[in-house]
Design a protein. Structure first.
Length: 324
């Protein structure tokens, strides 16, 4: 059970206009918190939080967390960072700065105001894993100089900073390793497999599969992920994480493509292209720790989540809201 904010605690959500950040803002407001949403709108959009703007307990600030932020808050969700290859590889230096400088700035803020802070880390810290499924004690198999390194190593360094602040200063931290998450408010052109497949299927275009399609992913619906983050933030102080948050039900990319084609009644055909550099063959979380400590596991089946996501993208297409 997550708590209600009866005392109007003030919560900062960095990247709050993004896919996950906007859902966290929405959830916190429902629970009675005062929410400060900070976003530089690199990948986030005001459309994601437009329905929250009229709420007197919601405040929006345009800010890049690579620069210090001086506000008074009780809790911080550090969600800011482009999370899809098409976005984080566009400006890799800025991506690393967001993870590293952003962590330093937000940890400095948390230390100053004595706020608990949660870091949105990623399953990418495991790289192309040699351990399957991935457990939190696995150190990973990451290329430090590859095309994905700006994100992978940036997030790994952010975790280092969080734990060093915890050990050196006694900072209250929580670290979530988020596995593939999907749902409404995903960017339609973020290059992720679910958004790619749905957009291609709705347009009747060929569906692009990279490699042989036998590589696997595990997809967690956004409402499940937000519940996990909330439980982690409210967990006992001595539990820092890192903790895997994701859906352990593994599917191949080819199976996902066929499901999307069936659910959209699309005439799209499958087209195979070479696998991108450092693309992991397997991705599946071991969520034993989340089950044990947080009492959390995903509830939404893939078919239900896909149906919701397809409706969202179909609505964007109908309303002509698909931008660049």
């Amino acid at each position: 059970m997550t708590r209600s904010y009866h005392c109007s605690e003030r919560v900062l959500v960095t990247g709050g206009a993004g896919f996950l950040g906007s859902h966290i803002c929405e959830r916190l407001l429902e629970e009675g918190a005062d929410v400060l949403c900070a976003d530089n709108f690199y990948t986030g959009t005001k459309d994601n939080i437009r329905h929250l703007l009229a709420n007197p307990r919601f405040e929006l600030m345009r800010h890049d967390i690579t620069f210090p932020l001086y506000v008074e808050v009780d809790r911080i969700y550090n969600m800011a960072c482009p999370a899809s290859p098409v976005h984080y590889q566009y400006n890799p230096v800025q991506t690393t700065k967001t993870s590293v400088h952003g962590a330093i700035n937000m940890l400095g803020l948390a230390k100053r105001v004595k706020a608990r802070i949660l870091q949105a880390s990623t399953s990418e810290v495991y790289g192309d894993p040699h351990v399957h499924p991935q457990t939190e004690d696995y150190w990973g198999h990451v290329n430090p100089i590859g095309l994905r390194s700006c994100y992978d190593e940036g997030k790994r360094c952010a975790e280092t900073l969080f734990f060093d602040y915890h050990r050196q200063y006694g900072q209250s931290i929580k670290v979530a390793r988020i596995f593939n998450t999907y749902g409404p408010r995903m960017h339609p052109k973020d290059g992720r497999v679910i958004s790619n497949f749905i957009m291609q299927a709705l347009a009747g275009e060929p569906i692009t599969i990279y490699g042989d399609g036998e590589q696997t992913r595990s997809f967690c619906y956004v409402s499940d992920l937000i519940e996990g983050l909330r439980r982690l933030m409210d967990s006992p102080p001595e539990f820092t994480g890192p903790v895997n948050l994701g859906n352990p039900n593994e599917v191949t990319i080819a199976e996902l493509a066929e499901s999307v084609i069936d659910m959209t009644n699309s005439k799209s055909e499958l087209v195979r292209k070479p696998l991108p550099s450092d693309d992991p063959r397997q991705r599946q979380p071991d969520i034993t720790l989340a089950r044990k400590v947080l009492g959390w596991e995903p509830k939404v089946p893939l078919a239900e989540g896909l149906a919701n996501t397809i409706r969202y993208f179909d609505k964007l297409l109908t309303e002509g809201k698909i931008g660049e």
